[in-house]
Structures are given as C-alpha cells and as structure tokens.
Design a protein around this ligand. Structure first.
Ligand code: OSB
Ligand code: MG
Length: 374
C-alpha cells in the first residue's frame, strides 16, 4: 500500500560549472525543487521538479510548482491509501488543470517510494529492460562557431553518442555547418531551437537539411502542432517535438497531423511516469522512436530519467550526461557517470533508484524548507 504521511519540500541551489544558454534564456545556477514523500513505515520517496526559475521553457516555475504542491497536490494525497503509483496521475487530473511539472515531481516520487517499498529497482517497476542507455550531450548556445566546435569535438572524443546543438536565429546554419565540417559525416548531430522560429523561417530552416541532422527539435511555438505539420512537409530532416508534447493526446495529435516523427519524453513535462509510459507505448505502436530529454537535473531527477530511458522504445540517445558535466559535486553517491563508449549503466537490479541520496549535502544546500502534513 502506498501512503504518504508527510511531504517535505526543499529548495537547493546548485551552481552549474558553466552557464547553459538556450534561445529563450540562460541558467547559471540551478534552483532545484526537491520533495520527500514520507511513508508511515519510514521509507522515503524523492521527487525533483523539472521547472526552472523563470517561465521561458514552459509556463511553470520553481515557485508556481512549490505553490501547487503545497496548496493542491499534497492535500489530495496526504493520508490516502493508494494501491500503487499508477493511481496517482489520474487522481491529480480531476478538476485540476495544468501544473504538470508539479504533479510530475510528486508522481515520480510515488513510483520511487513504491520501488523502495517493494525492494525492486525503479527501472524494473517502470517496465525497463535495458541494462545500459546511450547518452547524448546538449550544448548550449556559444559565442561563436569556433567555441561551439571546440565543445562539440571534446564531447565527440569523450564518447557521447549524440551531440545536440542549441540554435536560434543568428546562431544556426553557420554553427551547424562548422560542427559538421569539424566532426565529419558520421557524427550523430541534431539541433534544438526551443521554439525560436516561425513558419516564415521555413526556407531558412530547410537549409539545415544539407547537414544530415538526426532531427531538429521544437523549431516552432511551444504548443503549436499545426504549423509544425506544415513545416515538416517542407523539411527532409525529421522534426522532434519536446515542449509541444504535454500529454498522450498531444502525441496522438502529432501523429494525426504529421507534426513530427520523433518524440522527446521528459517525464516532468508530461506529469510523471504513468503518462510517460503511455506516450512511450503509443509511439512504439506507431513506429515513432522516443528518447529521454533532460532539464539540467540533479542526480535525483537524473536517476528517474535513466530508469525511464531503460524502456524498450527509448531507442535514441537521451540527454543523460554524467553529473560532472553539470556540477562540481552532485547530491547522490555514487555520482552518475558515462562509460568511454557513451553509455550509462541502469541500476536495474538494485532496489529503488540505485544511488544513495546524500542527505548531509542536501541539508547543507537547502535554502528553503516546508513540511506539509495533515
Ligand atoms: O529543450 O531540452 C531542452 C535545458 C534547458 C531547457 C530546455 C532544454 C534543455 C536541455 C538540457 O537541452 C539537457 C540536459 O539536461 O542535459
Ligand atoms: Mg528541447
């Protein structure tokens, strides 16, 4: 039985080793919103919020998620007897719109708690089968094509299986061309625009076709499926949707309309694991490959992403870089690492998330804490 008697909400701050820039903003220090879900037997499940400090990637922020968890999500779940984690997402949907990242962090924490209570790995509980998952790197927008090439070459040499390059108008064609020329035709490259273009840029974006990219991620509006379908008809390069896929319905719409051919699943963006699995299964039935995106997570969110990415239709490398790519020191032991062949091990056979949570370090880093109980 799944039962939560106490929610502990925490905010910690983790400075990134270097600023991460996307088309709509820059992150220097990650404000990480963590939640502890306490079971009456003393077991604890952890959740990490995908939201950032500002509403540039999606409408949610760390502060709106904190409010939603405290005011609406915790009260719905506290003291309730649940038969398992699959009950959580439907419970958080009735008469409760949006706030998917807030719902998702709690829902994922419930899955983790269930895994700990059952003594199985989170990966297995989710239906994971892979023992290792291919890792891609996401490179933020750089000051020049030369600076980008330097980072891309280092990532390639480190073994990353996919190199994703953030683009925006003014930092696109020449940047991608430079990396393609430097790394050669066999390097697995892709671009991510985070909604920086409009359909009026279709001819410009079609110039990317010559670089043989694996995909271009979310070129148009955050919730726009119709224009992505119009754009896809004009591009050879497959479109991958990120921001626009907020639910199973949106994935179905993508297929119906032809808005894209690949899906980036971020469990936070879709309200947690149950919805992620539904999207994964649907995409598998439609022959659409998926991969696991990242939101500059700490070692806890990363554990959740790695477990999800062990499901069978996660056939493309995920944004699952090792801890040392982001932080001087992570909040889990051991930290997440990548093997020289660009793979991360899935802790398929250790109970729970497979890494230890460094509570002392989390205590030291905590800048805000709130306990919610009945
Ligand atoms: O679109 O995937 C994105 C980071 C911030 C905002 C949006 C995105 C990203 C990433 C980071 O690409 C990937 C990672 O966590 O390594
Ligand atoms: Mg993206």
């Amino acid at each position: 039985m799944l039962r939560i008697e106490r929610f502990v909400l925490r905010e910690i701050r983790l400075p990134l080793k270097e600023p991460f820039q996307i088309s709509s903003g820059v992150v220097r220090e990650r404000r990480v919103f963590l939640v502890e879900l306490h079971h009456p037997d003393g077991e604890v499940g952890w959740g990490e919020c995908a939201a950032f400090d500002t509403p540039n990637y999606s409408e949610e922020t760390v502060d709106t998620a904190w409010y939603a968890v405290r005011e609406w999500i915790a009260p719905r779940l506290l003291g309730r007897e649940l038969s398992g984690p699959r009950e959580v997402a439907p419970l958080l949907e009735v008469g409760f719109c949006g706030h998917r990242m807030a719902k998702g962090m709690v829902e994922m924490g419930c899955w983790e708690l269930a895994a700990r209570l059952e003594g199985v790995s989170l990966a297995r509980l989710l239906g994971g089968t892979r023992t290792r998952v291919a890792v891609g790197i996401s490179l933020g927008i750089q000051a020049s094509p030369e600076a980008l090439v330097e980072r891309a070459a280092a990532a390639h040499a480190a073994g990353y299986r996919k190199i994703k390059i953030k683009i925006k108008p003014g930092a696109d064609i020449e940047y991608i061309r430079a990396v393609r020329e430097a790394l050669g035709p066999s390097a697995e490259l892709m671009a991510d625009a985070n909604s920086a273009y409009t359909l009026a840029d279709a001819d410009h974006l079609a110039r990317l076709d010559e670089f043989d990219l694996m995909m271009i991620e979310q070129p148009l509006g955050q919730d726009d499926l119709v224009r992505h379908a119009q754009l896809q008809r004009r591009l050879k390069t497959p479109i991958c949707l990120d921001e626009a896929i907020t639910s199973l319905d949106r994935a179905e719409d993508m297929v119906t309309l032809g808005s894209g051919r690949i899906v980036n699943i971020k469990p936070g963006r879709v309200g947690g694991f149950t919805n992620s699995i539904a999207i994964h299964d649907y995409c598998q039935s439609q022959g659409i490959p998926v991969w696991c995106g990242g939101m500059l997570e700490s070692g806890i969110g990363r554990a959740h992403n790695v477990a999800l990415a062990s499901l069978p239709n996660f056939t493309l490398p995920g944004d699952l870089s090792p801890s040392s790519r982001y932080w001087e020191q992570d909040i889990v032991i051991p930290e997440w690492t990548m093997a020289p062949d660009g793979m991360v091990d899935v802790p398929l056979d250790s109970p729970g998330i497979g890494v230890k949570i460094d509570l002392d370090r989390i205590e030291d880093l905590t800048v805000k804490l709130e306990v919610v109980e009945r």
